[in-house]
Design a protein around this ligand. Structure first.
Ligand SMILES: NC(=O)c1ccc[n+]([C@@H]2O[C@H](COP(=O)([O-])OP(=O)(O)OC[C@H]3O[C@@H](n4cnc5c(N)ncnc54)[C@H](OP(=O)(O)O)[C@@H]3O)[C@@H](O)[C@H]2O)c1
Length: 255
């Protein structure tokens, strides 16, 4: 994977990556480790999470398999992780699930799943890390958003709501946490080749998938395209960047 950072650029730093058992989170965990960071990884599937653990460079990494579902539960879970890890230099909250379903068919349980893993867990992370000694000065929080947070698509209302809420949360949270010298940003990604992408496109015909890819000026992305952006936002290279949503979408939103 392309890595413009030195192999010791993040030496002595500890990062948590949620959603690290697959796709974008996994690629970011690997990249962070290749820059010398200690990485704590989270996902639900323990065996795939352990596969990620085995792919990390260096030593000292830890896996914490757990579903992230509500703000309270995520806050409690992260506080127990912090008891083991000590203060964090950054968190990339990448966990999330998709939902394609017309609003007239969406039930509360599905809203809980989509908003829980993405938005409610993000609030739990913010709460746990607002505690004294949970993050080092200059720490960085990065939340995974999507172009769906600012564009419309049939069947995407719940997912779009979750990601738009993440972007809104980031702006106010950046104001709140600046007193603690903690930066807060999100990444709005276009379509990236991952397991989620495969699930989203498997019902589409070849023509529809080709048209979808062509709506991205640079075609579909790869997990490392987003991992590079996450690495920048988590690292001190972005020390004057807070309260913003970085668009990494292969030119999807320009049109
Ligand atoms: N791929 C895209 O085109 C795209 C575009 C824009 C934004 N995104 C966003 O990028 C993030 C990563 O997506 P991806 O494409 O890499 O998907 P992915 O390959 O399906 O990976 C999703 C990850 O999230 C974890 N996860 C899901 N629900 C969870 C929960 N309740 N608690 C803890 N972990 C949970 C999964 O864990 P298990 O597999 O262990 O269950 C997995 O590690 C998501 O937030 C997604 O919305 C993706």
């Amino acid at each position: 994977m392309l890595n413009i950072f030195k192999s010791d650029a993040l030496q002595g730093r500890t990062y948590l990556v949620t959603g690290a058992s697959s796709g974008i989170g996994k690629a970011t965990a690997v990249l962070l480790s290749e820059c010398g960071a200690r990485v704590l990884i989270n996902g639900r599937d323990e065996s795939r999470l352990n596969e990620t653990l085995a792919q990390l460079s260096g030593a000292g990494h830890l896996a914490f398999a757990a579903p992230l579902e509500t703000s309270d539960q995520t806050n409690d879970w992260l506080k127990s992780v912090l008891d083991t890890s000590g203060p964090l230099d950054g968190v990339f909250h990448c966990a999330g699930i998709e939902l394609i379903r017309p609003a007239r068919m969406i039930k509360q349980a599905q809203l809980n799943d989509v908003l829980g893993s993405s938005l409610f867990a993000a609030f739990g992370i913010a709460r746990a890390l607002s505690s004294k000694n949970a993050m080092v000065d200059g720490g960085s929080l990065v939340f995974m958003s999507s172009v769906a947070g600012s564009t419309g698509q049939v069947g995407m209302s719940a997912y779009s709501a979750a990601k738009a809420a993440i972007d809104g949360m980031v702006r106010s949270l950046a104001c709140e946490l600046s007193a603690k010298k903690i930066r807060v940003n999100s990444i709005a990604a276009g379509a990236v080749h991952t397991a989620m992408h495969d699930r989203l496109t498997k019902g589409s015909g070849d023509d529809a998938t080709t048209a979808y890819e062509q709506s991205h000026l640079l075609g579909f992305g790869e997990p490392q395209d987003v991992a590079q952006a996450a690495l920048y936002l988590l690292s001190p290279a972005s020390s004057w960047v807070t309260g913003t949503t970085m668009v990494v979408d292969g030119g999807y939103m320009v049109r």
